[in-house]
Design a protein around this ligand. Structure first.
Ligand code: AMP
Ligand code: MG
Length: 350
């Protein structure tokens, strides 16, 4: 864990900027960088309470990792997974609520998002970095324990069917960005930015009044963080990306990535290389963007755009396709700047 502090006021004093007058308190800022949930997380907060905000943020990140991580033995997820089949266990209310939310997103996406894929994910070795290609028989058997109906939540308790295990990896970071947004509200943070791997949340604008700039990575150049397909100008918004390039292995000349199609048990081959879901502020919008980025990656371009048009949820999309196109929904016309030199063809859809 590494913490770093950047007090703008102190910097201006060091530069001898005495003629500037008193520094507005909302421009004091602080950042914290944490490694959690298998990724680097950065939280930057401005305002009078910036120090307390990032200290609380760090604490919350570790608390939620402890609560929700499938690989932590003491987590609520592990507690449920370790319980005998059909035996209700009492779980922490927050973890239980997120399990229910994950189940709801399964139903809303017609099963494309599914938090019970854990045994299949493990068979591919994505959980413990023990990559292998499972046999069709093994996948077929494991898929018979997958589905939102295999988890029951009743009151303060949850239980699972025989052979079922859960993994909140497709929604937990988005939920964490919701918690960070609540923290910003609690501490009256006027401007701030949260980056949790491929998950970004921005509060307000930048202190100079311009929008926060959030780059969307070129999925074919994952090793080069400066290779972008475009830049989003965002204020008070979530932008969450899922991509096959984020975690994968190769075997016999084929690449296998970590986003699985629940109906086949194989890595989703939908013609997309990344999906970015963008939404404004709203209750659980971070979790929504996260669940949707995974689900729409599984669905592919046509179904994802149908879902965008008809679902009734308020969000926009940037889809990057295997055949070299970047498809942007019309709500982003003033927000998304293409990187023309990237070589992609850009399309706006309505
Ligand atoms: P994300 O990066 O949000 O797309 O989440 C990917 C992670 O979610 C994977 O590492 C798995 O833990 C889990 N996962 C994989 N496929 C799915 C799926 N179809 N639905 C829900 N979670 C999934
Ligand atoms: Mg996700």
């Amino acid at each position: 864990m590494k913490r770093f502090v950047a007090q703008l006021a102190a910097l201006l004093v060091a530069l001898g900027c005495t003629a500037c007058g008193p520094m507005p308190v909302e421009q004091a800022h602080e950042s914290v960088q944490v490694f959690a949930m298998d990724t680097v997380m950065i939280v930057t907060a401005y305002g009078a309470d910036c120090t307390k905000t990032v200290l609380d943020a760090e604490e919350e990140i570790y608390r939620l990792e402890e609560l929700l991580s499938r690989t932590r033995e003491e987590s609520e997820v592990s507690k449920l997974n370790a319980a005998p089949a059909d035996t209700p266990v009492t779980l922490d209310a927050e973890a239980l609520a997120l399990i229910e939310l994950a189940q709801q997103w399964s139903l809303r996406t017609d099963g494309a998002f599914d938090c019970t894929l854990a045994p299949v994910s493990s068979a591919w070795g994505f959980t413990e970095d023990t990559f292998r290609v499972p046999s069709q028989e093994e996948i077929t058997e494991l898929l018979s324990h997958v589905g939102p109906e295999c988890i029951r939540v009743e009151g303060e308790q949850a239980s699972h069917a025989a052979g079922t295990k859960i993994d909140l990896g497709g929604i937990a970071k988005g939920y964490l960005s919701d918690v960070m947004a609540e923290l910003f509200t609690k501490h009256d943070v006027p401007f701030g930015m949260v980056s949790l791997g491929g998950n970004v949340y921005v509060r307000g604008s930048k202190p100079d009044g311009t929008a926060w700039r959030v780059g969307i990575q070129d999925p074919t150049k994952a090793e080069d963080p400066d290779a972008l397909v475009g830049i989003l100008d965002l204020q008070d918004a979530y932008a969450i990306t899922s991509g096959g390039y984020q975690r994968y292995f190769e075997d016999g000349g084929t690449t296998y990535h970590h986003i699985l199609n629940p109906s086949t048990g194989y890595p989703a081959q939908s013609g997309l290389t990344s999906v970015t879901v963008i939404a404004g502020e709203g209750e659980h919008h971070g979790a929504m963007c996260d669940a949707l980025s995974t689900a729409l990656f599984v669905m592919g371009e046509e179904k994802a755009l149908d879902f965008w048009r008809t679902s009734g949820y308020s969000f926009d999309l940037v889809l990057v396709t295997e055949d070299g196109r970047v498809v942007v929904t019309e709500g982003l016309s003033d927000t998304f700047a293409p990187q023309k030199e990237s070589g992609y063809a850009y399309e706006t859809v309505s």
